[in-house]
Each structure stands twice: as structure tokens, then as C-alpha cells.
Design a protein. Structure first.
Ligand code: NAI
Ligand code: MG
Length: 479
């Protein structure tokens, strides 16, 4: 086989103006943190320090919550049509500045430009458009007398889809008449801080959106604030449980979108080449930093050897490297901490007795990288079959009968998503009915649409984002 080499095709970063230092956005103004403290944000593909972001403290959160409370008076007094117009305006501004945001997302977070450009940003705009359309139709969907906005909503988001998680949180919250204090993750705050500029340009009334950066302590200050009416969190199950404990006994709404360890089930009658493609997409999309990643491949025993051979061949064609190269399939791991976690779980998998396949490729000298990896010969008790690795690592288990597939698939504390591959429609329905997962994809994986609700079972959390269900997460029954 001729080993064709790809020529580089680097997206220019000139379109983005990364400031040396950022401010919080509170009450319609850009303000320094009263803590006077900052965190460095680095590019995970080069380890270069890109900028400084505020490490906000209790005082900063106090003023953000106060601003959101004042903003709520204004936001709830304007008509639903006006709220809708603001959301449409934000959606259009996102589209206009889409390239800038995509490049910034890839630089600050490490994801390939083809994903930030063709997946994240179009989805961000689509969510604002979708919820803009709902803002003035709430009273015809439910009785407006029965449902009211919470008021001030605290939103804490992770680093895997920084701007998209912001859109999933802010668009439905604003459409339903709430105001927000949002904290992005400490490794990927830049797109949220640029989004603050966009809200400003859209002329959004002061205090409706407040963006405050910081670490876990900043997030805890939001959760514990006495004037917060609802918390929406996406992140680790560990922190989700801490938040739920902190809110016990308080009249504060809560939705949690936590971890996952999804089964991607391939039956022997599946279209094998398509399934291989879907399995690759299911785990290697966004370096595997995906809560709904298909990280457990469940193969029917009769096709195991054939499938693994094809899968390894396909994996070997994945291109790992510079996130700004348009050819790149797998970018950088988001942080040193995440790389250490992936490395330690993979080492544990090997010492437990799993067979590890990793692709051969050159890795850049600087930055955080992990080779796409596949484990076979795995027992369901191994950590790699149970814990969320949140990296480009796929674990294979086998089954003989559909009943056994369901038993293995559901044998996890998580329940966010699952995949089924078969030519038989009836088998898809039979399987989907029995899977304990919020989303089940059939003969595809990782497909998203703002109109489609997303959320978990069991320890993957509760509440839904997207669709009509997603609106209900931001409305409460009035007394
Ligand atoms: P994390 O859950 O600590 O961070 C998520 C967000 O929560 C960040 O904005 C963080 O600043 C904030 N936070 C941290 N501690 C908090 C607290 N006590 N109160 C309020 N907010 C707090 O996740 P981390 O440490 O970055 O990643 C650890 C593991 O979690 C990953 O390896 C992965 O397995 C999982 N994870 C899952 C995600 C998902 O979407 N399901 C997203 C991110 C991480
Ligand atoms: Mg960063």
C-alpha cells in the first residue's frame, strides 16, 4: 500500500484576538475580579500560556447574583416576543463570528478545527435559534399560570464542549425568562468570555447574562449562594453528588448531566463496515472527551475477530496532531490532569490483563496527547470496563445472545446513552426498550439536534436538555 502523506492545512489563528487578561462580565459591564486573582489558561496542544482569566471569589459571585436578580426584574417585564428577538440576535451574531469562535475553541481546548467548525459552532447557533423560537410560545404549550421561571439560575459547565454547553444552558434559561450566572470550566473559559462580548453587542439588558470565571471553589460559591433559585450542572458524577448534597433541604431547583460509560452494541447481522465507522465516531469524536461516548464496545462473539481486525485498520488511519490542521481527526487531550487520568486507567487495564492496541503515529513534542487505543480480552470487572475514562480509549466486551447484551450494557451505574447496530428493525426496538439509557442511537452514534431531549438515567444525572423537555428544566410550578 502506498503510504500517502497529508500536507498540512492549518487554519489561521489571526482571526482571534486573545487578550492578555480577561475580565468577568457582570451587570452588563466588564469588571476585574475583586479577588485580584487570575488563572493561566494554556493551549493543550502547545502548553503555551494563552491568557489570564479571573479566579473569582465569593464577592464576585455576590455581585453577579445581585446583578442577575436586578436583571430578572427587567427580563421578566419585557414581552416574550422581545426576549425571542434578543435570542435570535445572539444566534445571528454567533453565525457571523463562527470562524473566530471555532478557532478559539480549538486553541484553548485542543479539539480539531473540523469538529469545532462543523459541529460545535453550528450546534451553538442552532440551539439559540431553536430556543428563540420557543420564547413566545410557552403559553400555548403549557398554561402560563402554572409554570414560571425560577429567577436567577447558576450554571456550571465542563471543558469538553465549552461553547456548546454554554448554549445548551443559556438559550433555554433565557427563553423561559430566567437570568443566569454562568461559570465556564477553568481550562476552557475563553469562548465564554468572548461570548460575553457578543451579549454586550446584542444589547442584552444588563444582568441577564453574567459570566464569571474561576475554579471549583467559584462553582461552589454559586451553588451555596442564598439568592440562587436553580442550579444546572454538567460535569463529573463526583461533583454532581457534592452539589446535590449542598442543595439538600433548600428550595433550589437542580438538574445534573453527569458521566457515562455507554454500550455500543454490534449484533452479528449488522452492516460491519458502517458499524466500524460508527464505533470509531462513537469513541474518538472529540478525543473521547464526551459524556455520551460509546466507550464500551459490545460485540456479538461470532463477529469479534473480523470486527476487531477491521476496526484496528480503520483506527490506524486516524490523524492525531495540531487541532488547527483541517486534516486532524484527534486533537490534544484537554489538560495534563486529564492525560494523567487516562494514562493511569490504561495502565491499570494492562496490568489487569486486557490486550491493548494503540495506533502507530508520531506525536507532537509539546502538548498533551494520547494515541487512539483499543482494549480486547477484557473482563466486565476491570476498571477500564466500569469507569469513565473520558479519553480516546475503547473497551471491548463480548456477548452471545441479545439478553446477555442487555445485561452487560445495563451493568453500570451510568445510563446516559447507548448504540445498537443491526439490520433488523424489530431488534432495534427490542433492544432500545430494554436499555437503561437516556438516548439510544440505532445504526448511528453521537447525533444531536436542539429539538431532541438529552439527559441521563441512574448516576448519569436527571433533567433533560433540548426540546420541550429542556424548557421544563427551567420552569417551575407556580403556587
Ligand atoms: P469537574 O466536574 O470537576 O468540573 C466540571 C465543572 O465543575 C467545572 O466548571 C469545575 O470548575 C466545576 N466544579 C468543580 N468542583 C466544583 C464544586 N465543588 N462545586 C461546583 N462546581 C465545581 O470535572 P473535572 O475534574 O474537570 O473532570 C474529572 C472527570 O469528570 C473527567 O475525567 C471525566 O471523567 C468527568 N467529566 C465528565 C463530564 C461530562 O460531561 N459528563 C465533563 C467533564 C468531566
Ligand atoms: Mg485552555
Amino acid at each position: 500500500m502506498v503510504n500517502w502523506k497529508y500536507s498540512e492545512s492549518i487554519e489561521s489563528s489571526e482571526i482571534v484576538n486573545i487578550k492578555k487578561k480577561y475580565q468577568n462580565y457582570i451587570g452588563g459591564k466588564f469588571v476585574d475580579p475583586s479577588s485580584k486573582k487570575y488563572l493561566n489558561t494554556v493551549s493543550p496542544s502547545t502548553e503555551e500560556i494563552l491568557s489570564k482569566i479571573p479566579l473569582s471569589n465569593q464577592k464576585d459571585i455576590d455581585s453577579a447574583v445581585k446583578a442577575a436578580k436586578t436583571g430578572f426584574e427587567k427580563w421578566s417585564s419585557i414581552t416574550p416576543q422581545e426576549r425571542s428577538q434578543y435570542l435570535f440576535k445572539i444566534a445571528r451574531l454567533i453565525q457571523e463570528r463562527s470562524r473566530e469562535f471555532a478557532v478559539l475553541e480549538s486553541i484553548d481546548g485542543g479539539k480539531p478545527i473540523k469538529e469545532s467548525r462543523d459541529f460545535d459552532l453550528p450546534q451553538v447557533a442552532a440551539n439559540f435559534f431553536y430556543f428563540a423560537g420557543w420564547a413566545d410560545k410557552l403559553d400555548i404549550s403549557w398554561s402560563a399560570k402554572e409554570l414560571k421561571p425560577y429567577g436567577v439560575v447558576g450554571q456550571i459547565i465542563p471543558w469538553n464542549f465549552p461553547l456548546l454547553m454554554l448554549a445548551w444552558k443559556i438559550a433555554p434559561a433565557l427563553a423561559t425568562g430566567n437570568t443566569v450566572v454562568l461559570k465556564p470550566a477553568e481550562t476552557t473559559s475563553l469562548t465564554a468570555l468572548h461570548f460575553a462580548e457578543l451579549c454586550h453587542d446584542a444589547g442584552l439588558p444588563a444582568g441577564v447574562v453574567n459570566i464569571v470565571s474561576g475554579d471549583g471553589s467559584t462553582g461552589a460559591n454559586i451553588v451555596n449562594h442564598k439568592d440562587i433559585n436553580k442550579i444546572a450542572f454538567t460535569g463529573s458524577t463526583h461533583v454532581g453528588k457534592l452539589i446535590q448534597k449542598s442543595l439538600a433541604g433548600r428550595d433550589v431547583g437542580l438538574t445534573l448531566e453527569l458521566g457515562g460509560k455507554a454500550a455500543n452494541i454490534v449484533y452479528e447481522d449488522a452492516a460491519i463496515d458502517q458499524a466500524v465507522e460508527g464505533v470509531v465516531n462513537g469513541i474518538f469524536f472529540n478525543q473521547g472527551h464526551v459524556c455520551c461516548a460509546g466507550s464500551r464496545l459490545l460485540l456479538q462473539e461470532s463477529i469479534h475477530d473480523q470486527f476487531i481486525k477491521k476496526l484496528e485498520k480503520r483506527m490506524q488511519t486516524l490523524r492525531v496532531g495540531n487541532p488547527l490542521d483541517k486534516n486532524t481527526d484527534i486533537g490534544a487531550i484537554n489538560s495534563k490532569e486529564q492525560l494523567d487520568k487516562i494514562t493511569s486507567l490504561v495502565n491499570e487495564g494492562v496490568s489487569d490483563g486486557g490486550d491493548l492496541f494503540q495506533i502507530e503515529c508520531e506525536l507532537p513534542g509539546n502538548g498533551f496527547w494520547f494515541r487512539p487505543s483499543l482494549f480486547t480480552n477484557v473482563q466486565p470487572s476491570y476498571s477500564i470496563a466500569r469507569e469513565e475514562i473520558f479519553g480516546p480509549v475503547l473497551t471491548t466486551l463480548t456477548f452471545r445472545t441479545p439478553e446477555e447484551a442487555i445485561e452487560i450494557a445495563n451493568n453500570t451505574e451510568y445510563g446516559l446513552s447507548a448504540g445498537v447496530w443491526t439490520e433488523k428493525g424489530s431488534k432495534i426496538l427490542w433492544t432500545a426498550d430494554r436499555l437503561e439509557a437516556g438516548v439510544v442511537w440505532a445504526n448511528t452514534f453521537n447525533k444531536f439536534d436542539p429539538s431532541s431531549p438529552f439527559g441521563g438515567y441512574k448516576e448519569s444525572g436527571f433533567g433533560r436538555e433540548g426540546g420541550r423537555h429542556g424548557l421544563l428544566s427551567y420552569l417551575k410550578a407556580s403556587l
